[in-house]
Write a protein that binds this ligand. Structure first.
Ligand SMILES: Nc1ncnc2c1ncn2[C@@H]1O[C@H](COP(=O)(O)OP(=O)(O)O)[C@@H](O)[C@H]1O
Ligand SMILES: [Mg+2]
Length: 374
């Protein structure tokens, strides 16, 4: 008997809602089907506005919460249609939602994801688990990254020291030592695609730099690179997490103010190198014995970034997860499907050595599908 879960994810890139259907039968995790729903320019604009702060925020947030709830539900329903499954076939949806703010370590210590789970449960007829981050934060953790427990399930290898590298808007690593006595470590390393996406959108009117071709056409400016890499976040010890509210367009504009005469392709080349170097430095420092870096997230399709990572990590192999478990772009949505299962089974979803929480906790709030009499 299959045991199906759907994961719904929209990350810091704000590119699309990703939906992954997994089968967890027999303690295996298999990707069965997937789909994604591109966010309209209008929705992306609304999310950006709320991420950066604006007038009348609460009301705008409430409207967007419902609208995104509907879109997330549409995406899950599309997956059901494609697979000819019914809501009764699916044990639960795990919905990450859309992050508006993430304050991991200052006095606010809170993380806000929207896409109303009541709307998702109502419109899909499927029990929905959401709000995954805040229980970890209530236990003193950063609420991020949350994918390492899933990465451990899927990728830990008894002979190979592996690092799983997720290239979303922000990059995060999960360090999986072959020695099962060694703890799993994971943290955000800083920007992956977010600044490159922003610059491509502004200068080229494209959502992202396809395969990194534009970056590859420019030259890295050493002084600009040095300035970008001098940000304190890169040297901070783990546990650490960050978001696009920190590595934001205004952070970037401030950095660029000192370099007004750089050609736009050289800016892109330097942003790509900043991602590559900050990630490679973090891996070398935290996992010097790693032999295999498996890359997931949409950034795995940035060939130029991957080639730079491979050059900087010359004693490791850098490849996408495509041939290992599932195509790179679906791993994160799969993770939130699995986290829903963990929640319903009263199993922890965080790894306290990753998030800094005082103990393992069950992540997420449950929004049931309906009454038994329905
Ligand atoms: N063909 C491609 N070439 C370069 N970058 C790509 C390509 N496809 C996707 N990406 C990058 O991946 C990002 C989306 O990755 P994703 O894993 O969905 O991130 P997030 O979790 O932040 O939404 C895009 O914004 C883009 O930067
Ligand atoms: Mg995405």
């Amino acid at each position: 008997m299959p045991d199906y879960y759907i994961g719904l994810m929209s990350g810091t890139s704000m590119d699309a809602i990703d939906a992954a259907l997994i089968d967890c039968n027999d303690n295996q995790i298999k990707l069965v089907a997937h789909t994604s729903l591109t966010l309209s320019d209008d929705l992306r604009q609304q999310i950006n506005t709320l991420c950066q702060g604006c007038d009348n925020e609460l009301q705008k947030m409430q409207q967007l919460d419902i609208e995104l709830g509907k879109q997330f539900a549409n995406c899950a329903n599309q997956l059901l249609k494609n697979t000819q499954l019914t809501p009764a076939d699916i044990t639960a949806i795990g919905s990450h939602g859309q992050t508006l703010r993430h304050y991991p370590d200052d006095t606010i210590h809170n993380s806000l994801q929207i896409a109303d789970p009541n709307t998702i449960a109502e419109r899909t007829g499927i029990t929905t688990v959401a709000d995954f981050r805040r229980r970890d934060m209530a236990a003193g953790g950063q609420g991020a990254p949350l994918t390492p427990a899933f990465h451990e399930q899927l990728f830990r290898h008894p002979q190979k020291n592996r690092v799983i590298l997720n290239l979303g808007g922000i990059a995060n690593v999960t360090i999986l030592p072959a020695d099962s006595n060694q703890p799993v470590i994971g943290f955000d390393t800083g920007p992956a695609n977010t600044l490159m996406d922003y610059w491509s959108q502004r200068q080229q009117n494209t959502l992202y730099d396809d395969k990194g071709r534009w970056a590859a056409s420019g030259h890295v400016d050493a002084a600009f690179l040095q300035q970008l890499l001098s940000d304190d976040f890169f040297e901070q010890p783990a546990p650490k997490s960050t978001g696009t509210d920190y590595f934001s367009p205004s952070w970037f504009s401030q950095q660029l103010d000192n370099f007004p005469f750089l050609a736009s392709e050289d800016v892109q080349a330097t942003l790509c190198e900043c991602s590559a170097q900050s990630i490679a430095n973090a891996i070398k420092k935290a996992a010097p014995n790693c032999t295999e870096v498996l890359v997931c997230g949409g950034g795995a399709r940035n060939d130029f970034l991957l080639s730079r990572l491979q050059a900087l990590l010359s004693n490791m192999t850098v490849t996408s997860t495509d041939n290992e478990a599932a195509p790179a772009e679906w791993i994160e949505a799969m993770a939130f499907a699995w986290l829903a299962k963990q929640c319903l089974n009263h199993q922890p979803g965080n790894i306290s050595s990753v998030t800094g929480a005082t103990h393992p906790v069950i992540l997420g709030g449950i929004y049931p599908a309906g009454c038994q009499s329905d």
